[in-house]
Design a protein around this ligand. Sequence first.
Ligand code: NDP
Length: 447
Amino acid sequence: MAYDFDFFVIGAGSGGVRSARIAAGHGAKVAIAEEYRVGGTCVIRGCVPKKLLVIGAHFAEDLVDARRFGWRIEGQSFDWPTLRDHVLADVDRLNRAYQSTLDTHGVTTFHARAELVGANRVRVGDREVTAAHVLIATGARPQVPDDIEGAGRGITSNEVFHLEALPRRIAIVGGGYIANEFAGIFHQLGSSVTQVLRGNRLLKEWEPALADRLLAISMEKGIDVRLNAAPSRVEQLKDGSLRLHLAHGRTVEVDQLLWATGRVPNADGLGLEALGVQRAHRGQIVVDDRGATNLPWLHAVGDVTDRVQLTPVAIREGHALADRLFGGRDWRVDYDHIPSAVFSHPPLASVGLTEPEARERLGGVRIFTADFRPMKNVLAGRDERALYKLVVDAASDRLVGAHMIGPEAPEILQALAIAVKAGLTKAELDATMALHPTMAEELVLMR
Ligand code: NDP
């Protein structure tokens, strides 16, 4: 049977665009549909604009620290619309770059919502097309608790980049990636930040010593962290501000409320039910390690499969799928040792097993830590310590985990992730000469 396209991709985010581009490069006739903006969450309202805000926010501390290094900048001030508009302009630039990549590879772009209407059949806008293979790469969306009265009065990470004005007081609900990143951003930019946790720990999946260090530093900086404070109701007050009701009768009054309470797969309204596509408890599309669903012509990659919600993972999944379907190359994404970072102030970065995970899975474990004040902090009079932690398998001496909190931790950890991935031993780290004076030299000096 002749199809209109060899490959039809629904969703032009990180995974979808990569898959479409690689498939087109292999000679496939490819179309992609996007109902919002080409680029997806990471480029349009995630990693990229967030990281730019993190960089922008860090100047607040740098300008304070600069005084100890002899600099005086009179009349300094911060203007949120300037930062916001420059960030959004860069998002526009990237959006154009992504579109141009698709165009130069001959991918047909439909700026419309698409859904499946039969086997190998997609309705896109007011057209119906057929394709030999269809990829669902529709990502995920912020999850707002549906059992909290007035929750709709808050915003999510979708809206946060477009705020008219910097809120004077903001409550951020959550203790995960997004909550910690935006708590840092708003605090640095001058908002009064209350971070609301239903439990008593930040970043539950992370190395506990690092999460504890972030909590201590956040509180020391002046972020008001409320523990064991599950929100129950959001009330709008006469002056337009919000009163957030928390467990044990506590309340907090703010001008803005940000829900950072996880993300759910975008798999509704795609026509999956009628086709019998297998989904799991969070609505995610069930796939095997090759991105294959239970239908031979239908595939899924990225956050809609709810495996690892990280951009580089979606990109690799999309790439592997296109290579397999159209490039004659069948390879699997390796999910071991995926590094990740939280761009909080200061940032955290991690790869491999945490200490509790290693103790559970391995016979014996050796732990090495470096707990130090980076020299810039010392001169700046900033009592903020970095913490690096290495987890080593006692039997083989292999490095099985590395965890860091401190300035530039994500930049340093990306290189260290190679050592963990390569299965290098602690002895090999020790044999590496230190590069002095750096923070990273601590990694080869831990004894
Ligand atoms: P996370 O899963 O990281 O954290 C969700 C947080 O929300 C948890 O602290 C959770 O609490 C809390 N929570 C959930 N429901 C409620 C509720 N009803 N009331 C109060 N608190 C609640 O989600 P994020 O939204 O921060 O990020 C989503 C995903 O996006 C991340 O997991 C990550 O994969 C990706 N991401 C990655 C980034 C990066 O790489 N730097 C940046 C941003 C996002 P509890 O701990 O008690 O369950």
